[in-house]
Design a protein around this ligand. Structure first.
Ligand code: URA
Length: 187
């Protein structure tokens, strides 16, 4: 079965199957220089649009930062492909078992788009991909080499939206990422 079809038919996480409006596969360049990995589609964003980081403030900010930095060949995805909700219907973080259930979809997406750099948006994505012992410090990023690609720590756009990090500094982080992508042979 084609990967997107398999994801859309996925029933691995009963709690997510119950509340999701749709499954949200990764989206972007067929061959990407940079893949961005967030947490999970938001209830006002990807869960409505079917596209990760779209239709909500996090998505708008991420996509604007990408555009303004000059990055072109990007792929955007998440640790999990369904929107996790708490008992009041609000966004919640995905549980460890939900992240584990979705891991092979992420691995398969990355194997197809073959990014040189995987930018982990937030500590949760970073810990999952780089491991707990790798320092998460997007202000002074220490990339981690992983087989054919490099893992790169960045703040989640939600962090800047909450006012915990300035948009000016966030833009600088994307410019630095774009330079790294250019030196890795692409943008
Ligand atoms: N939208 C996404 O697709 N992922 C996030 O982590 C947040 C918003």
């Amino acid at each position: 079965m084609e990967l997107r079809e398999a994801m859309r038919a996925c029933l691995r996480c009963p709690a997510l199957v119950r509340t999701r409006a749709c499954v949200v596969p990764g989206d972007g360049a067929a061959r990407a220089t940079v893949a961005f990995v967030g947490i999970a589609p938001g209830r006002f964003g990807g869960d409505r649009t079917g596209v990760p980081f779209s239709g909500d403030r996090s998505g708008d900010l991420l996509r604007r930062m990408i555009r303004e930095s000059g990055l072109r060949r990007v792929f955007i995805t998440n640790l999990v492909r369904c929107n996790p909700r708490d008992e009041l219907g609000r966004n919640r973080d995905p549980r460890g078992d939900e992240i584990a259930n979705c891991r092979d979809y992420l691995t398969a997406e990355l194997a197809i788009v073959r990014p040189r750099i995987v930018a982990c948006l937030g500590r949760m994505a970073w810990r999952e991909l780089a491991g707990k012992s790798a320092p998460f410090d997007p202000r002074n990023p220490i990339p981690v080499a992983a087989r054919s690609l490099v893992l790169y720590p960045m703040f989640h756009p939600g962090y800047a939206i909450r006012g915990a990090y300035s948009e000016r500094l966030y833009r600088g982080d994307f410019v630095r990422l774009a330079s790294l992508a250019a030196s890795a042979g692409g943008r």
